[in-house]
Design a protein around this ligand. Structure first.
Ligand code: MG
Length: 459
């Protein structure tokens, strides 16, 4: 059982003891804190307005009822958009000119988890400073609720259709070109809200859709993180159905993984690489950003078009900040997160699907040959278990010094960029472990690099 409070929201397991889990009391306290924070931002004179949406988790409706009730009790008007993906809530906040948003989703975490993710009036995640303010207010617990004449009011609305329409209207999404190809696509939405929006989007793009796990009932048919080892069902289905490709999203539809026609993974890391290749080819170049743990292939592709690539600390809010700073035209995370500022600054699998299919339609090749056309890199994801008394920061500093003849970045753990690959070490905030990601031109070299660093950390 777990409750994790962080600047990006509060995440925990359903049921059990208050303060140790995401219980109704914890949900209420945190919602009241967010309402207080937003009211402070809005100032006197008008009632704040907050959009609430949720993924299809079993606990979603229960959590949403509490959150909506507490917001009303805090004098906040609510637009409840019901079942909605994370990017849908993000575009709804700006679409409704709301002052903030709450997304009820624990992303790729298993069914017993849920979380509140918090958005500002720009439809983007709160930054560290804003998130810290909410945590502060939640810790103080002296809330001042609205009197009977000042209670907030709730309206309900659907924003799935407007979101799909916005994606289809993007200038670089060529609906007619995709329609002409009549793609056959298998979709695995792990029985969450992706099952509502992704098949609909694909049908509007003239695709024949085969739905796997597209009932939004929160009964995750497999571990919901879109990794190869969890995707055997769609892998077999794409090959058996002779489909052109497979589309996999996580429960809140901000991560997109693609499957090749032969059932092999296109590779989560290559979703962003392919979409960036398309955008850069259309714009004649531009800058890109991903996080430090993402594939070098994006930097290679960016260089081909003469743009500059920069890496940010891990976390969507950090990627977005760096994208704004670098004037990036496309960016995201190697875990299948596409951020296309033309629509909004948030990871959005709907945008990813539409941009990718436009590109794929023009390529006239199979998914596997497209995949083979990119720089080939392999990743290794490991962790080093340390004792609770280990001074992890001191060890990381030592590693940074030892490898200083290479390009070393210390904005988020330690990243060592070598000629033939890289290693990224990040300490966990909750356990005495260091996560070690590496990448190289062969799987063997990537594994070697990781093992070398694991050995050094635990020596
Ligand atoms: Mg997610």
């Amino acid at each position: 059982m777990s409750l994790i409070k962080s600047i990006s929201g509060i995440r925990g397991t359903i049921g059990g003891v208050t303060g140790d889990n995401l219980t109704p009391i914890d949900l209420a306290r945190f919602s009241a804190a967010f309402a207080t924070y937003i009211a402070g931002e809005v100032g006197e004179g008008r009632r704040p307005k907050i959009v609430v949406g949720r993924d299809a988790r079993i606990s979603g409706e229960m959590c949403a009822s509490i959150v909506v009730g507490v917001l009303e009790g805090s004098g906040v008007d609510v637009i409840n958009i019901g079942l909605a993906s994370t990017p849908t809530v993000e575009v709804a906040v700006t679409g409704f000119k709301a002052d903030g948003g709450i997304i009820l989703t624990a992303s790729h975490n298993p069914r017993q988890w849920n979380a509140l993710k918090l958005l500002g009036g720009n439809g983007e995640f709160l930054n560290a400073e804003q998130g810290a303010k909410v945590l502060d207010i939640a810790a103080k617990e002296d809330f001042n609720f609205a009197t009977v004449d000042n209670l907030g009011k709730t309206t309900t609305a659907d924003y799935n259709k407007p979101h799909i329409d916005m994606v289809l209207a993007l200038p670089l999404v060529d609906v007619e070109a995709i329609k002409a190809r009549k793609f056959k696509v298998v979709v695995d939405a792990v029985n969450s809200v992706g099952g509502v929006v992704i098949p609909e989007l694909l049908r509007q793009l003239g695709c024949e859709v085969i739905e796997l796990n597209c009932e939004p009932n929160g009964e995750f048919a497999h571990n919901p993180e879109p990794l190869k080892e969890h995707l055997t069902e769609i892998s077999a289905c794409v090959a058996a159905q002779k489909a052109d490709l497979g589309v996999v999203v996580d429960p809140d539809v901000d991560r997109l993984a693609l499957v090749c026609e032969d059932g092999e993974m296109f590779g989560e890391e290559y979703t962003l690489v392919a979409v960036a290749d398309y955008i850069l080819s259309k714009l004649g170049g531009g800058n890109t950003v991903s996080n430090l743990s993402s594939s070098r292939a994006l930097s290679d592709v960016t260089a081909i078009y003469g743009g500059s690539y920069e890496a940010s600390a891990v976390g969507e809010v950090n990627v977005v900040a760096k994208m704004k700073q670098n004037g990036a035209v496309i960016g995201g995370e190697g875990n299948g997160g596409i951020i296309y500022p033309e629509l909004h600054y948030g990871r959005d699998a709907l945008v990813g699907v539409a941009l990718f299919l436009t590109y794929f339609a023009a390529k006239n090749m199979t998914m596997s040959s497209l995949r083979a056309s990119y720089p080939q890199y392999y990743m290794s994801k490991n962790k080093a278990e340390l004792t609770p008394t280990t001074d992890v920061d001191a060890i990381l500093a030592k590693v940074a010094t030892k490898y200083s003849e290479h390009r070393v970045t210390t904005i988020d753990g330690v990243k060592i960029d070598m000629a033939d690959g890289w290693v990224h070490l990040r300490k966990s905030n909750t356990e005495p472990i260091v996560r070690i990601y590496s990448e190289a031109g062969t799987q063997q070299r990537a594994d070697e690099l990781a093992q070398q660093l694991v050995a050094e950390l635990t020596a």
